[in-house]
Write a protein that binds this ligand. Sequence first.
Ligand code: FAD
Ligand code: NAP
Length: 532
Amino acid sequence: MPRTEPDVVVVGAGFAGLYQLYRLRELGLTTRVFETADGVGGTWYWNRYPGARCDVESLSYSYSFSPELEQEWTWSEKYPTQPEILAYLEHVADRFDLRRDITFGTRVESCVWDERTRRWTVTTGSETVTAQFVIMATGCLSVAKAPEVPGAASFAGPIHHTSHWPHEGADVSGSRLGVIGTGSSGIQSIPILAEQASDTTVFQRTPNFSMPAGNRPLEASEISAMKRDYRAWREQQRSSGFGVPVPEPTKSALEATEQERNAVYQAAWDQGMLTAVMSAYTDTLTDAAANDTAAEFVRGKIREIVDDPATAETLSPRSFPIGTKRPCLDTGYYATFNRDDVHLVDLRETPLVEITEKGVRTTAGEYEFDALVFATGFDAMTGALDRIDIRGRDGQRLRDKWSEGPRTYLGLAVAGFPNLFTITGPSSPSVLTNMVVSIELHVEWVTDMIAHLRAQGLRAAEPTPDAEDEWVGHVEEVGNMTLYPEADSWYMGANVPGKPRVFMAYIGGLGVYRQRCDEVAANGYEGFELAS
Ligand code: FAD
Ligand code: NAP
């Protein structure tokens, strides 16, 4: 029988929840994991749209905690597909016998702190359990959002959100297809969908910067070289700024001549790595003029690839600095707009009005479709936490506390919410990095803290309001030194109407952040109040 009084409840069974369970077992703690989905994988369980793949290289986007796992698993491509990553996570779940502590198909609805027993009461649709600790491994990008227009229920054909793609696949061959959204999910799927559909119309509100992925099968020699050097590589990942080792830039883009810059950007473009263009110079993310040199390089590429100059201009981002909305890697995205059966609608000129029975109405008129795809993204960073009724000391609700933006200490814990931890929580480097590296850092840190508490006979820990205020201020200060706050991005909460406009990630660098977390632990969990 599953326990009703485990030591720990973990919510979510993606990369974070699986590893957290593994670590807690090592510590000898009893753990229940609850997962809404019917299987493991998180992001890679849900996002099954055509073309879904990672844009951090497979050899880096994988767990580092088990050298044996590293040796026995062999990635097939530079950028792994969704099915391959899902197969990897299923393998991890089986290899470490994790499934027996996971309750699938079960959503956690509320978590309420009981000050008397110093335990959380966790309620799902089917049971109530209590636990000393709750660890939210609920994901930064796990709550899909639809376009904010009325009428979806009236559409006669199927509507597929990229994040809820049918497991059996969606056959759009021969269909007239409308796609709303041109973020990473749209940019990955549109070239493939356009090949299948008889006619495709892309509704674009904001064009995005994308670069060619240069995806390819991995050579046996590079796999064996990595398997030989994995330990050194992992060390570099852990201390790097973004969880992907790249040479540190030393020069301002504005110190280079245009010719030098273009050579550097061309080399970065050819490399097919997200970080390559963004990390070419020291000031790409901090100086508007420097940033624009990179942005203009990419706009020049769009003009080269896209035959029709007006379409190329519509596809060219001009409303935000490059990198301040997450840039994309693609396979044939811009060239797709050279097809006669692909059309681009600029929603800035003719905004969406409604979804109709036959299709989509903009201010310019009605477009008729057989099927629709919403590639419209997520209520990111706080969405999954906001949807759980989390009540801390004195009945305070987390979503009330965060009504003007999330407040955390290190993105890991929240004042007033004892023994609650958030893996890749708001105000940590999270989505600005290779997430697997950030997840491992958080899981290991939280596990060490729980071990410390138990070794010291302590029952509860929570950040002090002062420590939280200091961290929130620091995250804001560092964010304001960059161009990120200028963009209407999901990093800023700007994609969800009514969401507070706050930069929700820490851009100080993963290596620097790790040092800070290590120091906090080494100083007896400085900034936390520990209670027996
Ligand atoms: P998730 O994988 O999101 O898992 C969270 C789980 O929690 C979900 O399964 C969800 O069902 C469950 N859950 C949430 N709330 C509840 C609840 N109340 N009760 C029960 N269960 C709940 N990151 C990168 O670093 N590189 C990439 O290239 C990259 N590509 C991405 C591509 C896509 C399409 C998307 C959407 C994201 C991508 N990411 C990428 C980010 C990705 O989310 C992370 O890399 C990583 O998979 C997150 O793992 P996680 O376990 O933290 O969260
Ligand atoms: P996204 O980046 O938020 O893109 C959503 C798109 O939908 C945007 O173009 C947005 O326009 C548009 N949109 C949203 N609401 C709309 C509305 N009401 N009307 C018109 N257009 C609307 O979401 P995503 O593409 O799913 O990607 C989210 C994140 O997941 C990425 O940034 C990335 O971190 C991760 N991801 C990674 C990969 C990968 O390659 N590895 C693939 C997919 C996702 P605006 O820009 O104007 O808001």
